[in-house]
Design a protein around this ligand. Structure first.
Ligand SMILES: Nc1ncnc2c1ncn2[C@@H]1O[C@H](COP(=O)(O)OP(=O)(O)OP(=O)(O)O)[C@@H](O)[C@H]1O
Length: 213
């Protein structure tokens, strides 16, 4: 089982990008358990990459394979299954339901792709300082609180690969470190890999592979 990127390049990038990038246009395999830090300055295509790997966009040349499956060949149903079982994600655009409460947002996900018991939600919320917010509508929460909700949501399902696109952009160092600790624990419990794309190196992410986008 591996996540295989084969000569991946956005259609809107010049081919010369693959000469300077350690990701674009390269042949890369990520295995379960690997911790990959992707340093990506603004405009280098961090969000594009995460959207390609999660199957949200297909505006690329090359291909993405998960296990033996080519992501670009999957229909909506096949993609939904891969996202339910193998890929979990924290995107910059958090995609929470603003009119539902924090608890409802989390419970919907937990029931859709079961991995944890319901009690785990309260436990994770307490760790990330969200106990007092479980009954609040997501739309009324600060962006940093919403980021923590999205992080918990990503950890409620099974996954082999956890994809992170600047998940701490609105968190202070302490909260970011606590959230990172939780993600590392959850990834380890599943034997899963983390692909963490951020503008800079984050010291508290113990990566095994460092790539520059
Ligand atoms: N659909 C598209 N068509 C044309 N150009 C695009 C498209 N999507 C992204 N781009 C361009 O590709 C570049 C990378 O965009 P992307 O959003 O992936 O960057 P990023 O590294 O995540 O940036 P930031 O850190 O600033 O959010 C940008 O210059 C953007 O304008």
């Amino acid at each position: 089982m591996s996540l295989h990127l084969q000569q991946l390049l956005p259609t809107y990038f010049d081919a010369s990008r693959s000469e300077t990038s350690e990701v674009w246009g390269k042949d890369l395999r990520f295995d379960k358990g690997q911790r990959v830090k992707i340093v990506a300055p603004s405009g280098s295509g961090k969000t594009s990459l995460m959207h390609f790997l999660y199957g949200l966009r297909r505006s690329y040349t090359g291909s993405v394979h998960i296990g033996g499956t080519t992501l670009g060949n999957l229909d909506a149903e096949g993609l939904a299954l891969v996202r339910q079982q193998q890929l979990s994600v924290v995107l910059q655009d958090l995609r929470l339901f603003p009119d539902r409460t924090v608890l409802e947002n989390l419970e919907i996900k937990r029931q859709l792709a079961p991995y944890h018991e319901a009690e785990k939600i309260t436990e994770m919320a307490a760790r990330l300082g969200l106990s007092g917010k479980l009954g609040a509508r997501c739309g009324t929460c600060s962006y940093g609180e919403q980021q923590r909700v999205a992080i918990i949501r990503a950890l409620l399902q099974p996954f082999d690969y956890l994809l992170l696109d600047e998940p701490f952009s609105h968190l202070d160092n302490r909260n970011a470190e606590i959230a990172m600790g939780l993600m590392l624990e959850e990834a380890e419990a599943r034997g899963a890999a983390i692909l963490f794309a951020d503008l800079e190196r984050v010291e508290f992410f113990p990566y095994s592979t460092l790539l520059h986008l």
